[in-house]
Design a protein. Structure first.
Length: 439
């Protein structure tokens, strides 16, 4: 804290007073600890005279700021003589009095620290109760991201037990975006290429086909938005900008537009041209997707729907290609060992499809490794994966005997796909990080 010099001029020492000052200087620290460690305001100074014409004290050198009240203090007495107060101090030299006054000004001018506001107030509940829910406004409502386990703070008005999606209807799509073309469609949604009216840039807008409010897919759509918001910092994951719900109950996602399409579109083109991806391209795909899977698995999340149509391509001016993972609607927490929704059955391992919901001793992160292995096999052979029947089951029971190897790839790469990544035992499959080290 800043200190201010004393307004009292330095006293002039006489020869006899200097001797007294040198004797009493050793006792100054003891005197200060006794005299100034009190809860009283110290307002005294040397060389104070009383003005007969006015009922106050003034300095001899005409200082403007004068003390207006005399308070009790240790070792100082006050007595009444002729209706006037005389101020008595211990027998001290001017040097000691000057030193005491400077110390007094330093400790009294300092501003006390303001106590920080506590973030964890036990008197206020962080959740909404039934008695206060009727008086809430739109600005008081907020949902908690289910994938973010550690919150920096919690607002007092938070609805945790149930979703508040019906309270967040807004109208944005037609006002902010201009439709360009349809990029694709899935089981529950369309993906459109749209141009933002304000910044003029292209975005991929994912729109649900029907209203999901009140349906069984409402929570799945909301969880996808939360997963994008929580994991959108990785470069191999589609960038998330915003999500909202229109007045008709449809979900909207504003995502990054990838100019190269998906791997599924590239495979269709290779089938038509009778071409195949070489080993270097397959290793590049495997390395980048394993990188983002390592990031997701470290955050305790598994994708559970890896397939060629969910891997997008981004071409840059320096001829660099980034492969980005998309569609986080089936994301589940690994530690919970619970699957909310199954992904595409053509690329899922057998242990997931044999049991429905609560599965014991299941490694969800190893399910992503199996799906990625089948995805790479399809990219290298243009093979069409079956959805059911005996062929589907034979692939999962013994993939190395049923499927042919990738001819344009080395033996080591084929062993990585067939014997390790697509192993029927999930414990024998490597992690995403281990696959990156092998490459």
């Amino acid at each position: 804290m800043p200190s201010y010099p004393s307004p009292i001029p330095a006293p002039i020492f006489d020869s006899d007073e200097s001797d007294v000052a040198s004797q009493q200087s050793n006792d100054s620290s003891n005197y200060l600890s006794l005299q100034f460690n009190q809860y009283t305001r110290l307002s005294f100074s040397p060389q104070l005279n009383f003005d007969d014409n006015q009922d106050n004290f003034i300095y001899n050198n005409s200082i403007e700021s004068t003390p207006t009240k005399i308070t009790n203090s240790t070792n100082r007495k006050r007595k009444r003589t002729n209706d006037k107060f005389e101020y008595q101090t211990p027998n001290q030299s001017p040097y000691t009095r000057r030193k005491n006054l400077d110390y007094t000004q330093q400790i009294t001018i300092q501003t006390p620290k303001i106590q920080r506001r506590s973030r964890n107030n036990q008197n206020q509940s962080p959740y909404i109760n039934k008695s206060s829910s009727s008086s809430l406004t739109f600005t008081d409502l907020i949902n908690i991201n289910p994938f973010k386990t550690k919150h920096h703070y919690q607002t007092r008005l938070v609805k945790k037990t149930q979703l508040l999606l019906k309270n967040f209807f807004i109208q944005r799509y037609e006002q902010e975006f201009h439709y360009e073309l349809c990029l694709g469609s899935g089981e529950f949604s369309y993906v459109y290429l749209c141009k933002n009216r304000l910044d003029g840039l292209n975005y991929a807008i994912k729109i649900s086909k029907n209203s999901l409010i009140g349906t069984s897919y409402e929570q799945q759509a909301w969880r996808e938005i939360c997963a994008y918001a929580y994991l959108s910092s990785h470069e191999n994951l589609i960038r998330y900008y915003s999500g909202w719900i229109e007045n008709d109950g449809k979900f909207f996602l504003q995502l990054e537009y990838c100019n190269g399409g998906s791997l599924d579109e590239l495979i269709e083109k290779n089938r038509y041209d009778n071409k195949y991806l070489n080993e270097d391209i397959l290793k590049n795909i495997l390395h980048q997707i394993c990188d983002v899977l390592t990031f997701m698995h470290k955050n305790d999340l598994a994708h559970l729907d890896i397939k060629p149509s969910n891997i997008m391509l981004c071409y840059y001016k320096n001829h660099e290609i980034l492969y980005k993972l998309t569609d986080l609607g089936h994301v589940s927490q690994i530690s919970l060992n619970y699957i909310y929704n199954d992904g595409d059955c053509r690329y899922l391992p057998l242990e997931i499809l044999q049991k429905s919901s609560k599965i014991n001793n299941l490694y969800l992160d190893k399910c992503d490794i199996y799906s990625l292995g089948l995805t790479l096999y399809v990219c290298g052979t243009n093979y069409i994966m079956p959805k059911q029947d005996n062929e589907w089951e034979e692939i999962r029971l013994n993939i190395s005997k049923y499927l042919y190897t990738i001819k344009q790839c080395s033996k080591q790469f084929n062993q990585l796909i067939f014997e390790r990544m697509c192993n029927i035992d999930p414990k024998q499959r490597p992690s995403a990080y281990e696959v990156s080290l092998i490459l």
